[in-house]
Design a protein around this ligand. Structure first.
Ligand code: NDP
Length: 313
């Protein structure tokens, strides 16, 4: 039998838990499904030093436990399970959990986040948390005066490379084509930065190092007559080849941009479906920070409360 709830929150990163804290304190009796990766992207980072309120830092997993405890303290029903399908054609909206159970919800807060893309080489797993990162703002600080590499040629790679150049002694940007895809202004900044060396037409074959990343094996101009094996000594390897917003199951109903980020009415978490709100990285191609995700989670819960009261639900 279907279960009916007033407020369903999908996702358990900073956006989802902040929405849950606000929604439960507003007596919306929220039910939160944690999703495939309980705690979200922060559980894959080590130390978080830029979340306000933790002057000596906190680990990503500990921060998420704190947020979860805070949400549960006010009565959020946190459940293990992932949304696998949706029917948002009419209210109450229907969300299938784990392909079986159907939840009917008066209002939904989508906080399913985004997943960084990886190259798919086994060494990314081997050195996860030991020199491989997909977030320069999160982990760059640990590479002060060291040598790092950023993979990618888009705006994110340029932005991460420039950010890292403010900390590291040297930054390689590894680009598979012979040109950057980033906006012209970002390209100029990268090319003219004395700390950054762009390695055009290079692909990463693997990483080396005893327990932690100490180098990368690259191939230059793969498949060409002048193909060349290249080794660089590095301490950190940053992926910046794009993110994939986890919006697939909402796409039949919810408008997204061409990449898949949920479109919200600017300055609000409102989607094109009334009563359905989006917060955090699933709707944010620009900032992608824990604190901005938490901020939009708060906005989504306030909007959900207003919507329910306006509709008399
Ligand atoms: P993009 O899709 O723009 O760029 C991805 C980059 O990664 C490309 O250079 C691509 O190479 C490379 N890449 C992809 N897969 C691989 C692979 N398997 N191996 C090696 N390289 C790979 O993603 P971004 O995250 O950079 O940007 C996403 C969007 O967000 C863009 O629209 C961007 O403009 C925007 N953005 C804007 C910012 C700003 O305005 N300040 C900051 C950050 C992002 P190739 O070119 O060969 O395909």
């Amino acid at each position: 039998m279907n279960e009916k709830v007033r407020c369903l929150i999908i996702g358990s990163g900073p956006a989802g838990y902040t929405a849950a804290i606000y929604a439960s304190r507003a007596n919306l009796s929220p039910v939160l499904y944690e999703g495939m990766e309980p705690g979200g992207q922060l559980t894959t980072t080590t130390e978080v030093e830029n979340f306000p309120g933790y002057p000596t830092g906190i680990t990503g997993p500990d921060l998420m436990v704190d947020l979860k405890n805070q949400a549960e303290r006010f009565g959020t029903d946190v459940r293990f399970g992932a949304a696998t399908a949706t029917d948002l054609s009419s209210s109450p909206y229907k969300v299938t959990i784990d392909g079986e159970k159907i939840i009917e919800a008066d209002t939904i807060i989508i906080s399913t986040g985004a997943s960084a893309k990886y190259l798919g080489i086994p060494d990314e797993q081997k050195y996860a948390g030991s020199g491989v990162s997909a977030c320069a703002t999160c982990d760059g600080f640990f590479y002060r005066k060291k040598t790092v590499a950023v993979v990618g040629g888009g705006d994110t790679a340029c932005e991460e490379g420039l950010y890292l150049s403010g900390l590291a002694a040297k930054v390689y940007v590894i680009v598979r084509k012979n040109a950057l895809r980033a906006s012209k202004i970002m390209q100029d900044r990268v090319i003219n930065n004395p700390k950054i060396e762009v390695l055009f037409e290079h692909e990463t074959l693997g990483l080396t190092g005893e327990g932690v990343v100490q180098g990368a094996n690259l191939v230059k101009r793969r498949g060409q007559a002048d193909e060349e094996q290249v080794h660089i000594d590095i301490d950190g390897f940053f992926l910046a080849i794009g993110h994939r917003p986890n919006s697939g199951i909402f796409k039949p109903w919810i408008e997204t941009d061409e990449v898949g980020y949920i479109k919200t009415i600017p300055g609000t978490p409102r989607t094109n479906v009334q009563g359905v709100f989006a917060s955090g990285d699933v709707a944010d191609p620009h900032y992608r920070q824990a604190i901005t995700a938490a901020g939009t989670g708060c906005q989504a819960a306030i909007e959900a409360e207003r919507y329910l009261s306006e509709q008399g639900l």
